[in-house]
Write a protein that binds this ligand. Structure first.
Ligand code: F6R
Length: 242
C-alpha cells in the first residue's frame, strides 16, 4: 500500500487524477470503477480540466459505479448515477451509455446484484477503482461487520450513514434505507485501487486502514490484502498515522 500525503486539496486531486491518466493512456477500453460522495469530486474536476485543456480522452473507456440507492431510478436527482453524470461523465468524452450502475429500481434487487457482478466480470474486471472511506471505515456501503469476501448485494444503511448522506436530500426521511453495493470481495478484484480521504474526521478510519488489523470491524482494512493500492490523503486525514 502506497501512502501519499498531499500538501493541499489540489495536490491530492492531481495525484488521484494521475492514476486515472495512466490507466486511460495505457490503451483503449479501460474499465473504470467510480465512486460518489464528496471525496472524489476534486479529482473528477481535475480530470475534466485535463480533458478540456490537455486532451485527456475517455473515449472507449467504460465505467461501473460502486453503489446505488435501492428505490431510486438512474435519472432520480439524488441517484448516484445522476451524481456521477453531473460530476464527471457529462463533462468528458465518456459515452454515458457505458457508465453502468446497479439498477436501484430493479423489481428484484437481489437478482440485480448478481447480474451486476456478472456484468463487471463480463467487462473483464475493473482496471482502476477509486474509493472514498466512511468515518467508520466503510467502503462503498460495506458497513462494519460486512464479510471481507462479500459480493454485490442489498445492504441496509446504518443510522450514521443515513445521517451523513442526509445532506444531499431535502429531508432525512427521504434518504433510502437500503442500497445495492459492490461487496468487499468484488472491490478487491479491481486490478488497481486509489482511495482518497481528506479532513480530521477521516483520520481514525485512515489510521485503521493503513495500520490496523485486517478485520470486518473496519471494512477498509481489507485493502491491506490488495497488491496495488494507493491512499491519497491530506495532512488532517493522515494526522493519526504513527
Ligand atoms: C460512495 C461510497 C461511500 C463514500 C463514503 C465517503 O460511492 O461508496 O463509501 O465513499 O461514504 O463519503 P464522502 O466522500 O462523502 O466523505
Amino acid at each position: 500500500m502506497e501512502i501519499v500525503i498531499a500538501q493541499d486539496a489540489a495536490a491530492g486531486a492531481r495525484a488521484v487524477a494521475d492514476e486515472f491518466e495512466q490507466v486511460l493512456r495505457a490503451g483503449d477500453g479501460a474499465v473504470l470503477g467510480l465512486a460518489t460522495g464528496s471525496s472524489p469530486v476534486a479529482a473528477y474536476a481535475e480530470l475534466i480540466r485535463r480533458h478540456r485543456e490537455e486532451g485527456l480522452s475517455f473515449a472507449g473507456a467504460r465505467a461501473f459505479l460502486l453503489d446505488e440507492y435501492v428505490g431510486l431510478p438512474a435519472d432520480h436527482p439524488q441517484s448516484y448515477h445522476r451524481f456521477i453524470r453531473e460530476q464527471l461523465v457529462d463533462h468528458v468524452d465518456l459515452d454515458s451509455s457505458t457508465v453502468i450502475s446497479p439498477d436501484g429500481a430493479a423489481a428484484d434487487p437481489a437478482e440485480e446484484a448478481e447480474r451486476y457482478d456478472a456484468a463487471i466480470a463480463a467487462a473483464g474486471g475493473v482496471d482502476l477503482q477509486i474509493l472514498g472511506i466512511g468515518v467508520n471505515g466503510h467502503i462503498a456501503f460495506n458497513e462494519p461487520g460486512s464479510s471481507l469476501a462479500s459480493r454485490t448485494r442489498v445492504v441496509a444503511l446504518t443510522r450514521s450513514t443515513i445521517e451523513a448522506n442526509a445532506r444531499f436530500f431535502d429531508r432525512a426521511e427521504d434518504v433510502p434505507r437500503h442500497a445495492l453495493s459492490q461487496g468487499l470481495g468484488t472491490i478487491r478484484e479491481a486490478r488497481r485501487i486509489v482511495l482518497t480521504a481528506t479532513g480530521e474526521q477521516k483520520a481514525a478510519a485512515v489510521a485503521q486502514l493503513v495500520e490496523g488489523a485486517v478485520s470486518a470491524r473496519w471494512p477498509a482494512t481489507v485493502l491491506q490484502l490488495h497488491p496495488h493500492v494507493t491512499v491519497v490523503v491530506d495532512e488532517a486525514a493522515a494526522s493519526r498515522l504513527e
